[in-house]
Design a protein around this ligand. Sequence first.
Ligand SMILES: *[C@@H]1O[C@H](CO)[C@@H](O)[C@H](O)[C@H]1NC(C)=O
Ligand SMILES: *[C@@H]1O[C@H](CO)[C@@H](O)[C@H](O)[C@H]1NC(C)=O
Ligand SMILES: *[C@@H]1O[C@H](CO)[C@@H](O)[C@H](O)[C@H]1NC(C)=O
Ligand SMILES: *[C@@H]1O[C@H](CO)[C@@H](O)[C@H](O)[C@H]1NC(C)=O
Ligand SMILES: *[C@@H]1O[C@H](CO)[C@@H](O)[C@H](O)[C@H]1NC(C)=O
Ligand SMILES: *[C@@H]1O[C@H](CO)[C@@H](O)[C@H](O)[C@H]1NC(C)=O
Ligand SMILES: *[C@@H]1O[C@H](CO)[C@@H](O)[C@H](O)[C@H]1NC(C)=O
Length: 433
Amino acid sequence: MLAAFFITLLLTDGVSPCDRSYRDLLHFLNLTQKTDLLAMTRPVKNHSEPTEVELDMLLYAILDVKEKEQKFMSYVWIDLYWKDEYIQWKQEDFCNITHISLPTQLLWKPDIAIIEMTEKNKVTQSPYLRIFYNGRALLKIDMVLITTCKLQVYKFPFDTQSCNLTFKSVIHKDYEIQLVLFNNSKWTTNWSKEMTGTQSDWLLISITSIKGAIHKYGISRSLVVYTITMKRRPVLYIVNFILPVMLFLCLDLASFMISESGGEKLSFKVTVLLAVTVMQLILNEILPSSSDKIPVIVVFCIGIFGLMMLSLLETILVMHLMEKDSVSKESGADKDQNQSVQRLLCCSGSAGETPSQLLPLARQVSSGQLTGESHDSEKEVMTGSSRKEDGPIGYWTRMAKAINKVFFIFYLTTVCLFVVSMFYSWIKEEEEM
Ligand SMILES: *[C@@H]1O[C@H](CO)[C@@H](O)[C@H](O)[C@H]1NC(C)=O
Ligand SMILES: *[C@@H]1O[C@H](CO)[C@@H](O)[C@H](O)[C@H]1NC(C)=O
Ligand SMILES: *[C@@H]1O[C@H](CO)[C@@H](O)[C@H](O)[C@H]1NC(C)=O
Ligand SMILES: *[C@@H]1O[C@H](CO)[C@@H](O)[C@H](O)[C@H]1NC(C)=O
Ligand SMILES: *[C@@H]1O[C@H](CO)[C@@H](O)[C@H](O)[C@H]1NC(C)=O
Ligand SMILES: *[C@@H]1O[C@H](CO)[C@@H](O)[C@H](O)[C@H]1NC(C)=O
Ligand SMILES: *[C@@H]1O[C@H](CO)[C@@H](O)[C@H](O)[C@H]1NC(C)=O
């Protein structure tokens, strides 16, 4: 009897062999008997006092931001701490056991939900929760969240977005569950920044958290709002979108060096215009249609499209003028031809040759004029009279060239101003944020 007492004394006092196990602790806490009761009700001794639930959220990854559907996908780690007033033990009595892990269904848990959640989220919840000797309980939840977020695409792709994650209890009112913030925002931001790092095309700027409340239908609930602010990394969109459009614009500018004769310039310009249209279609797939303000990038695209359209119209006008010129040239040439034929006829008459002998020559001249093959022979035949006609023939061509020159300067200035103003509005908006 005495020996047994000494042995127990040795065991409890000594550092080594400790006979108190987790099971003893469970027995002590009466968790083996009235488990149903524990899980059913809020673990407070005085029901008028609220259970304080401390909430800690860490952003592990920004998975996706869908502008079109106005959705934000993230992977978050949530820690919930609260106090279970029915569970307490002295560490010293149980071999310095500071905490135990218990199946989650064994104890009461706060019913925390996220207001913005749109789809049934993929939750990875540990089957255990942790209970500390002072009654503090910890539940860890990992979630892939798909939440709604009002995305402002005005500055796309140089935009900064803010998405809210609002936590609340589903049925408990604010006198039953009080949500409080566990950690300060700075630490959360710091940790989340380190975690998200360079993974996605979004750069995490900050996570701010505030405690609030909603009052609806005479019921007030405690809230915790996390606002995730992030900035898009625009490089991909610059390389894949803005740069090609700018290059197409450069091609359009370069096309002023192509000569107007023939339809090459026109078809070239139409091709470049179509390429810009394709870019616009791509843009349509990305941006939501329900934007209150027209995004800068759309204005940019439409503006460039309009400018190219203008230059295309100018080309058509110039070509029309040249055509007019060549028509008058042709008619003038026809007159020449008639004159030369007549001259040939009259001259030959004076020389005493028969018209029938000269007829093949005249025919040759006329055919040469029509096909435009033998300009040299024609010039030989034609005398100084053709020189006189040169002034009025070139009039439209000169006019067209002048229009072209003036338009090119105007076009270049407009393009420069437009591009600069577009980039200015992008950057200005960025600074405002
Ligand atoms: C467990 O139950 C017994 C008797 O029902 C009670 O005396 C004891 O205080 C309970 N233990 C705890 C930790 O509530
Ligand atoms: C329960 O809490 C309320 C509010 O804190 C207090 O007024 C009341 O006296 C408490 N009741 C008991 C039995 O401790
Ligand atoms: C429990 O912790 C105390 C203080 O740290 C220490 O003195 C004691 O030896 C520990 N007991 C056991 C059984 O580890
Ligand atoms: C996010 O929450 C804050 C604080 O409640 C609010 O001011 C802000 O308008 C919310 N933002 C959005 C996009 O709902
Ligand atoms: C936030 O949590 C971390 C880790 O749990 C801790 O090291 C830090 O001290 C906490 N900061 C505040 C302000 O509670
Ligand atoms: C954030 O993290 C960096 C590097 O890990 C550290 O130097 C800095 O002190 C941290 N800031 C806060 C507020 O925790
Ligand atoms: C050429 O002259 C003939 C008669 O001299 C006339 O019938 C014809 O219309 C003229 N052609 C042109 C293009 O002026």
